[in-house]
Ligand binder design. Structure first.
Ligand code: PLP
Length: 371
């Protein structure tokens, strides 16, 4: 998609809020613990390079990405040598590239390590992923880990510089048993890792870092969500610092008109006016990432919440207005107008999605303006 700079619909990204969030998080985890800024998914929709840069200057000492392509984009942009871990799958055939560019990859299974050992022509760095219960990536048994450790001791190309796992339920404060089970399992796996003082051990995402008294930081935490603002109301009281919101989303009313009773709005005539009704058309649609499920949430016009009516089109949508407003009036989808605020969490909750999915849905057609 081409970014639509000439269309009055845009995302404001507040980099000083990111800076403040990273500094507070860094202070909380302490000097000895690395802060990995997880910037995958285009920096949780905020812009990968911009969030990476802001996080590094605020004290992040590692970056986490999902793919080799994301890692390459960062390496080609920044001159500094910040360590990067690819958290997702990298095909072993690309390991010479990761070695050259000092990119650390994730060993996702015993099969992957065996293939990598067979293919690698030179030493490459990897962190060994242990699956303690998410059942996504990682080695599953102690036997597998012992086999890998034996291979590492015999093959100088296998440079294991870290061990990690990932939690499935770190934000579930009602039932912490699965979290505790995963953490205990991770400790059991760590017992069979030799030379543990020379490697980076990590398991905590935002939830595990912020809401659990165990503070399972080891020597690194991997933070994505927390960089992008406070959690939902259910978790906010547990937050040990004041995080700031980092993203707002705005557009304008580009056409305002009055409907007669019985007039229908949008495709398939989903909405029918029951009285004389002012409505506004807004240049924002599902190709921008504003999904039909987001319709349940209002938008802000003149500091008031107004409902989206009718089906959301690809590039436009309509709202019901309490009165006539001039064209050009600002509309806020995420963010504040006067005393009203719409948080991404509210949209996420009504759409039954994680907040990060609301952010990453925002398509590349929307320009990101950095302030
Ligand atoms: N670590 C891994 C392996 C992840 O996949 C993610 C994100 O999904 C994170 C860390 C960051 O998690 P969060 O955004 O909850 O901080």
């Amino acid at each position: 998609t081409s970014t639509a700079y000439f269309r009055p619909t845009w995302i404001d990204v507040n980099l000083s809020a990111v800076d403040s969030n990273v500094r507070l998080l860094k202070e909380y985890i302490g000097e000895k613990v690395h802060l990995m800024a997880v910037v995958k998914g285009n920096g949780y929709g905020h812009g990968m390079l911009e969030i990476a840069e802001a996080s590094i200057s605020a004290g992040a000492t590692w970056l986490g990405v999902a793919s080799l392509d994301e890692a390459l984009a960062i390496r080609s942009k920044f001159s500094h040598d910040i360590p990067i871990l690819v958290l997702g799958y990298v095909a072993p055939q690309y390991l010479s590239l990761t070695s050259q560019l000092r990119i650390t990859v994730t060993a996702i299974s015993l099969e992957w390590v065996q293939e990598a050992a067979r293919i690698a022509q030179q030493p490459f760095e990897f962190h060994l992923k242990i699956d303690t219960g998410l059942n996504r990536l990682g080695l599953i048994t102690i036997d597998e880990v012992e086999t890998v450790m034996k291979m590492v001791s015999l093959n100088p190309n296998l440079n294991c510089t870290g061990v990690f796992t990932h939690f499935a339920t770190s934000e579930d404060m009602q039932n912490k048993s699965y979290f505790h089970q995963q953490l205990a399992s991770f400790h059991t796996f760590l017992n069979v890792i030799p030379n543990r003082t020379n490697i980076i051990i990590h398991c905590a995402n935002s939830g595990a870092t912020l809401y659990h008294p165990e503070k399972p930081f080891f020597n690194m935490v991997r933070l994505g969500k927390a960089l992008m603002g406070p959690p939902n109301e259910g978790l906010k009281h547990l937050l040990p610092m004041q995080l700031q919101n980092t993203l707002s989303l705005h557009s304008i009313l580009d056409l305002v008109k009055q409907l007669n009773p019985g007039d229908k709005v949008g495709y398939v005539g989903e909405y029918t006016a029951t009285q004389h009704q002012w409505i506004g058309t807004i240049p924002m649609g599902y190709a921008d990432g504003w999904h039909q499920q987001f319709k349940a949430t209002s938008v802000l016009v003149d500091g008031k919440r107004v409902p989206i009516i009718g089906r959301i089109s690809m590039d436009q949508l309509m709202v019901a207005l309490p009165k006539k407003y001039p064209t050009g009036t600002r509309v806020t989808f995420i963010g504040q107008q006067d005393n009203e605020i719409i948080l991404a969490d509210e949209i996420a909750q009504k759409a039954s999605q994680p907040r990060s999915e609301v952010f990453t849905s925002l398509s590349s057609r929307l320009p990101r303006i950095y302030r």
